[in-house]
Ligand binder design. Sequence first.
Ligand code: ZN
Length: 601
Amino acid sequence: MATDPHSFAQPDRVRMTHLDLELALDFAQRQLAGHATLRLDWLAPAAAALLLDTRDLDLERVEAVTADGQVQTLAWSLGARDEKLGRALRIEAPQRPAHVRIHYRTSAHASGLQWLGPEQTADHTAPFMFSQSEAIHARSWVPLQDTPAVRFTYAAHIRAPRGLRVVMSALGEAGHALDGEFRFAQPHPVPSYLLAIAAGALAVRDTGPRSAVYAEPSVVELAAREFADTERFIASTEQLYGPYRWGRYDLLVLPPSFPFGGMENPNMTFATPTVLVGDKSLVSLVAHELAHSWSGNLVTAATWRDIWLNEGFTTYVQDRITEAVYGKALADEEALLAARDLQKKLPVIAANLQKLAPDPDGLAADDTLGVVAYHKGAWFLRTLEARYGRQLLDAWLRGYFDHFAYCSICTEDMLAYLKASLVDRHPGRMGWDEVLAWVYQPGIPADAPLPESPRFAMIDAARHDFLAGDIDAAGLDAHAWNTQEWMYFLDRLPDVAPLEKLEQLDAAWQLTGTANAEIGMRWYVHAIAGGYQAAWPAAGEHMRRIGRLYLTTPLYKALARTPAGLAYAEQVYATASSGYHPLTQAAVAAIIADVKSLPRA
Ligand SMILES: [Zn+2]
């Protein structure tokens, strides 16, 4: 088995198989306090110590727990702090107990938790908290073997202030009274990065027979309408790749500071509210997170270097769900947008990180969670589809999910299965050297197939005519453009568009102040780069409101290119940072610090 360089654990010696959490939520102290009990499988005959991952945990005591509930104190020590990995917790356990219990509390600055005051929520009535464990942040709220190579079932008993609702990445009781006590069970073995918790003033609306949406009361109706197709997504995916194995599929809408689009926490996808635009145009995010119920949560990358097995396969499955529910035209538009985005970003990505499976030396855990894993990964699967046809590839993927169900695998495990069950069985369709080039070489193979989109071709022509002055902005005839078509139009404007063109576009189509954050992000980056300062206040409002990394950091980067822009970015950050997630704070601070450390030309 591949060892995970991003964990101190030694799961080949002793492995956790189940986790019991007993925690109390304390909003005043911004901490979780209680204990975690790990059921252990002692594998190596000589193993006499348990090594766990931690970051910024305040440890009280460690105990061995016998089957009849007797406890015995164990000696423990913390290793030196590693900036990226945290600290190893070494527990001396020469008796090799079946259960070890750690009493602890989390830090107010835990990297995997965000605590929001009422003023930072949609309804301003109650505090809110949520976790984001991927990549290696579970260790900041639970001491455990924090590697995707280890899977465990879990149960939890959580205490919270009365009136708040707690949810986890597990099965709970939706109808449970808000009496401050919540119980959860995850009966399927999951890796630590899928451990999740959130709490707040949450309302619930069913969206189907096995799905519901959780959100603040002012958001829940809009969210239920936006996600009304959830059951169609689940049923379409089952038809393609076999049964949904997790029971319920619920969605939690987080406050806008959530740093990601979505997080595929089992039974309870966490989602950004920035996809609630009223016309279902951005709900392929739900298709993506649902797809992870097969690729990622069921078959899991064993190390962060292999994460493209999760994200590339999921992005491909996402496109197939979108096609099944909304048609091929939209799925092709989304695939083309992603491919063009990848082609644009690839030249500034280091050669090693352009590989689907990079050389692991010196890799940080989240280095690989980028456009290459998602979009090059999906493109590889589209290439397999083009060579083998849908019928064969669909059957192969279904077999892959069955074969590796509830397993953590590395790239080479997938490749061995691919070779034996598809490539060698159907010779002449794709050379093995071609497969290896996709996986282990930088760049995109020249013959990679691209979908065609007649609507995007029309938009290319319209953009060309507009820039050439053959039509004015009002002549773009964009009334019927969907979100993806606006994104495509803006993505392919010149990096620095002429100011007068930006002014014309804004006058004709009122892009400044748009409620659609995907369009807003692209528009404000152009406005800033093109010197269209009239858009700055609305850009600043977008940056203050939205903490999602992908939608906010591009604006900081665009502003940081000029002294006046940098000053404005710092001004916005000063008022926005307290509402940002720790990950967003770190990313924005790095953008500002980077620019300041460079001599200005
Ligand atoms: Zn994903």
